[in-house]
Design a protein around this ligand. Sequence first.
Ligand SMILES: C[S@@+](CC[C@H](N)C(=O)[O-])C[C@H]1O[C@@H](n2cnc3c(N)ncnc32)[C@H](O)[C@@H]1O
Length: 262
Amino acid sequence: MTDAAANRYDSRTIGMMELVYGKGYLSAGGDEEVARIVSAVTIEGNDVLDIGCGLGGAAVTLVRDHRARHVHGLDIDSRVIERAVELVEAAGVAEQVTLTQFGGGVLPYADDSFEVVYVTATTCHLEDLAGFFRESCRVLRAGGWIVGGEWFKAADNAAFKCWDSLLREQGLNFHFVSRQQFETALSTSGFEQVSAVNRTQATSELTRDYLRRVETDLRGELLAKLGAEGLDSFLAWTRSRYDALANGGMYYGHFRARKLAT
Ligand SMILES: C[S@@+](CC[C@H](N)C(=O)[O-])C[C@H]1O[C@@H](n2cnc3c(N)ncnc32)[C@H](O)[C@@H]1O
């Protein structure tokens, strides 16, 4: 199975994730998280590439709230792209957002096409991280930035192993690396000024809130959708993600790096 084929979330998983994370998102934090990630770069008037755009929440807020000139959203999964198209049309930003499905690997854009590459909770799916960063670097204009949020492996402890194996049970491919491996891959792929902000504590609190909501407010809806067994397994997934962050197995961070100005 190729990386791309192994990374398609099933539609039930997509539905549960969006219910917990909010409309348009397959990762934690919603529009506020996007705002934090892009706070150190200029989005206004710029062309942005959102790789692993998922359901389109980030593309919408980047245009609507941060005034991107145009956002190109790219994802390997045609079903999430279809959902993103619906969201972008409903938000009235379709003229400034182009959504494309691709097979992974080489990015379908010319060199020097974007000022910003935005990528959140997606590089953890990639086997060839350095190859991905080289491609991201190629499509950025000199001096452009790659920014995002990502999960890193912090320790090979029980909390990490539990979370990692639950994710794999969903049939998804994950290649978690340490923050240091991630930063090295960036700095050897044409980027400079590599930095990361530790968001583990904040994300741990957020995932604890999500866990509470799954146990209380969302419980009835999830039970109706998933049945008792499905709800139990989703609860286990939500608890395990919190445990991995709270017990030192995972690190969540925001990163940025700049394409070497030539
Ligand atoms: C956890 S979701 C995050 C989606 C979105 N960035 C968000 O924050 O809501 C990961 C996304 O990466 C996509 N994906 C997985 N492998 C990919 C690849 N090689 N290239 C582009 N997208 C990929 C998945 O289809 C999924 O939409």
